[in-house]
Design a protein around this ligand. Structure first.
Ligand code: HEM
Length: 205
């Protein structure tokens, strides 16, 4: 019988589904605004702006909910780098993904009661949630309240820089989403991690 661990409690699943949906809405409306032409756009420009702003407010609320409950529930420990030789662990996991997996080798950092994420997965989640989410939110708020932005930094327009960082972080989050879904197929079975995100229980190797 396959052993299972309850790694995704309801609060994480709720946060995750809203987060994923809101990110999709923000990506579609964001791309639509960026590449819109007067008579040709994916979503009419004004509508795209309203949807993007509303989804962003919901995303911020959902993100604050994640930060608070993640800390209170203890799930935050999975987002802390505590082990020694972390760089070596990242390289080992990278080697597994690029070589070992195709040779049928066993995963170097199997999921267990205490280990929820492998090092690369953990690092990606930390970078996205604790570096890029704050950046995308702060720059987004800057674009929403442009009077708050410093007019010029080193001779460059503050508004331009804020916009640039907002678009760059949006691009990084979009790329993360694609890679994330691909890596989620690499559980014990193709669908086991997706099932885990639906019912909370993840199969362990
Ligand atoms: C349609 C889009 C998405 C799908 C299908 C999806 C799928 C999954 C699955 C199957 C898991 C469980 C496996 C694991 O722990 O890695 C997971 C976890 C996770 N996903 Fe996603 N995801 C999506 C979008 C996103 C987005 C946009 C983000 C963040 C920007 C995100 C961040 C996370 C995080 C942080 C976890 C671990 C949560 C925890 O247990 O603490 N996901 N995702």
């Amino acid at each position: 019988m396959t052993e299972k661990v309850y790694h995704y409690p309801l609060w994480i699943r709720l946060w995750h589904v809203f987060n994923a949906l809101l990110c999709l809405v923000l990506i579609v409306t964001g791309i639509s605004m960026q590449f819109s032409e007067p008579n040709r756009s994916l979503v009419p420009f004004d509508l795209a702006v309203s949807i993007h702003n509303s989804a962003a407010i919901l995303l911020i609320i959902n993100y604050l909910y994640f930060l608070i409950v993640n800390r209170l529930s203890g799930n935050r420990m999975h987002y802390k780098i505590t082990e020694k030789g972390y760089v070596k662990m990242l390289i080992t996991q990278f080697r597994y993904y690029t070589l070992g997996i195709f040779r049928g080798e066993k995963t170097p950092f199997p999921v267990s009661e205490v280990r929820k994420f492998n090092p690369l997965q953990q690092f990606a989640y930390i970078v996205i949630l604790y570096w890029f989410f704050p950046l995308i939110i702060i720059t987004g708020l800057g674009l929403f309240f442009p009077e708050m932005i410093i007019t010029r930094i080193f001779g460059i327009s503050g508004l331009f820089l804020t916009d640039l960082f907002h678009i760059l972080s949006g691009f990084v989050v979009s790329m993360f989403m694609i890679v994330h879904i691909y890596f989620c197929t690499m559980g014990t079975r193709l669908t086991s991690l997706f099932k885990g995100m639906i019912n909370g229980w993840v199969e362990i190797h």
